[in-house]
Design a protein around this ligand. Structure first.
Ligand SMILES: [Fe+2]
Length: 588
């Protein structure tokens, strides 16, 4: 009989569920994909149901449920921070209390009630769940582990070592000193949404002055953080209010940065760009020092990382250059959403003592739809479509459509695990078209002009076009590393080349996704460059599409020209185009 373990993460942001069968992750999904509410933090009932149904099992087959944090310990931190800052914290505390009393402190009650589950429920510390997701699913027998995020219970940064099925976290930095919360504070200061748009700050940074001596905001921001040689750091809390209020930038910080908090959707000026560059520089400085120290403390060539800050792909692309580590690994869902696979793996391997056999080398863990289901969706909704006779015809025709500058919605197989579309729910376009960025931005994505699109390339072609580490680190498969695009190619693919000449590439191995791999190669035969623009299949503010209905609706409400869904081809022009106007729905 198989051992099934369910991991759950919820009530903060990006709720998710993951199912482990005999030590292997067989299904994992974020709740937002089902509820269509971006970063949905509610109890992941739909994601859990999907996990169970995907294996044809019921809740009675689950031997253990794991929860991604210790709620009492977290509540203790929240109580203590509010007591310390009383009466300033009064209002925030009062508004936070009801959700703590009704659900956040009672996951056991909710799990039992909503799932009718009567078995064991185990809780592990948040950073241990991050660490487990990074190490136990990695290809390494032994590795140094670094976790960095906003905050867990008390921990904001930790490091340690993993060997076999054991994890030992050796040191930590505690709340309120947090590099994640510093980054989020600047995200809020620049007029972007916290826990959502930190990556936009990362994208804005290269427009600013990345030379520390010439960036006045770097020197100003350095006043709010004391960084020691070993990477440990302390925030000067007189500049912050996140420990007692909702709005993150304080008046003192605004004075330091020379203006009030930026209004949402403001034009980004040189000043904003320099502030984004400053926080990116400080983050890289802290992380580089941490990595140098962790290497000395662990004497291990392999590094695994997790936590929201591990999604900083600009820093990630510099890890192997700027530290002694020789190999690096992160999971596709390195932020909080990914802790459900961490806690499930920790229970099976570290608590139950089973040997590891679960290297996660593919992000395709979500819902899928059969050809029969998709055909029936198309027919029952009177949608005009045609059908490819075989895979060869599908690939040749799709490559031709992209080469003719059409924007193609690509819906194939299982939904990706994590925040990035990696070739099963993607919008694909021609990177050689100089108008592609403008076209995608105005017709489909409605996103900020400063953000470039991401290139996808087959693993074997990556070194031709990118100045990447060799051998290629696996996190490039999950779009987690930014590398410079080789100078001679930058002008050939302007829409995927960032202002500093870099690209946030995704690499594909044929064994992971043969259809996607073959499509990129076929496009290369037609265009001379085997690279596509790969952007998530959604409009701004929406979760990535999950079902055929989501995909069709997204296409019909935007300027996507064709939808290639399983073996079916749907042309926008052949169908009524008044479903809804995507611009109306575009949000942060
Ligand atoms: Fe976290």
């Amino acid at each position: 009989m198989s051992t099934y373990i369910l991991g759950i993460s919820c009530y903060y942001h990006d709720a998710s569920a993951a199912l482990l069968k005999d030590g292997v992750i067989v299904a994992a999904a974020e709740e937002e994909r089902f509820t269509r509410k971006k970063h949905d933090s509610s109890f992941p009932i739909n994601a859990i149901q999907y996990c169970l149904e995907s294996q044809n099992i019921t809740i009675q087959d689950i031997t253990h449920i794991g929860y991604y944090e210790k709620p009492l310990l977290k509540f203790e931190r929240i109580l203590s921070q509010h007591i310390e800052t009383f009466p300033l914290s009064y209002k925030t505390f009062l508004s936070a209390l009801p959700s703590w009393l009704s659900e956040k402190l009672r996951p056991v009650k909710t799990i039992k009630k909503k799932l009718l589950y009567t078995g064991d429920i185990l809780f592990i510390e948040h950073h241990l769940a991050h660490a487990a997701s990074a190490f136990l699913l990695s290809p390494f027998e032994k590795a140094a582990i670094v976790t960095v995020d906003g905050v867990g219970e008390w921990t904001t940064t930790a490091y340690g070592k993993g060997e076999g099925n054991e994890i030992c976290l050796m040191k930590e930095i505690r709340f309120p000193s947090s590099i994640g919360l510093l980054y989020s504070t600047i995200t809020a200061y620049l007029g972007f949404s916290v826990n959502n748009s930190e990556y936009k700050v990362m994208g804005l940074a290269p427009y600013g002055t990345m030379d520390r001596d010439k960036n006045e905001y770097y020197n100003k921001l350095r006043r709010v953080i004391d960084i020691k040689d070993d990477g440990s750091f302390k925030l000067d809390m007189s500049y912050f209010i996140f420990h007692y209020a909702d709005r993150m930038p304080s008046k003192k910080l605004c004075v330091l940065l020379g203006a009030p908090v930026t209004k949402r959707d403001s034009e980004m000026t040189q000043r904003h760009q320099d502030i984004a560059a400053a926080v990116q520089l400080i983050t890289e400085e802290v992380l580089t020092k941490i990595l140098l120290h962790v290497y000395e403390a662990t004497i291990c060539d392999n590094l695994v990382m997790a936590g929201g800050v591990a999604l900083n792909s600009v820093f990630n692309g510099k890890i192997l250059k700027n530290s002694p580590f020789k190999r690096v690994w992160m999971q596709p869902n390195a932020s909080d959403g990914g802790t459900s696979i961490g806690v499930a793996s920790f229970i099976y391997h570290s608590i139950m003592g089973h040997k590891r056999k679960n290297h996660l080398d593919s992000a395709y863990l979500g819902q899928e739809f059969s050809t029969k289901e998709i055909r029936s969706f198309l027919i029952s909704n009177n949608i005009n479509f045609s059908q490819f006779t075989d895979q060869k015809e599908l690939i040749e025709n799709t490559a031709r459509l992209i080469n003719e500058d059409n924007v193609v919605g690509w819906f194939q197989g299982r939904v990706e695990w994590g925040p990035r579309a990696l070739g099963t729910r993607s919008i694909l376009a021609n990177p050689i078209n100089p108008r592609a960025k403008e076209l995608l931005n105005t017709k489909v994505k409605h996103r900020e002009k400063f953000r470039p699109f991401a290139p996808v390339v087959c693993e074997d072609d990556a070194p031709v076009y990118f100045e990447c580490d060799l051998p290629l680190p696996e996190p490039t498969d999950f779009m987690l590393m930014v590398y410079p695009i080789k100078k001679e190619w930058q002008h050939r693919m302007p829409s995927v080349t960032h202002v500093d000449g870099s690209g946030r590439l995704q690499t594909v191995k044929r064994r992971q996704n043969s259809l996607y791999y073959d499509l990129i190669k076929e496009f290369g035969k037609l265009s001379g460059i085997p690279i596509l623009i790969n952007t998530s299949f959604n409009i701004r503010g929406e979760p990535i599409v999950c079902t055929p209905y989501d995909a069709y609706k997204c296409m019909m409400g935007t300027g996507i020209d064709y939808l290639v869904m399983d073996r079916f081809l749907i042309r926008r022009e052949d169908n009524p185009q008044d479903m809804w106007d995507s611009e109306e729905y575009a949000d942060d």
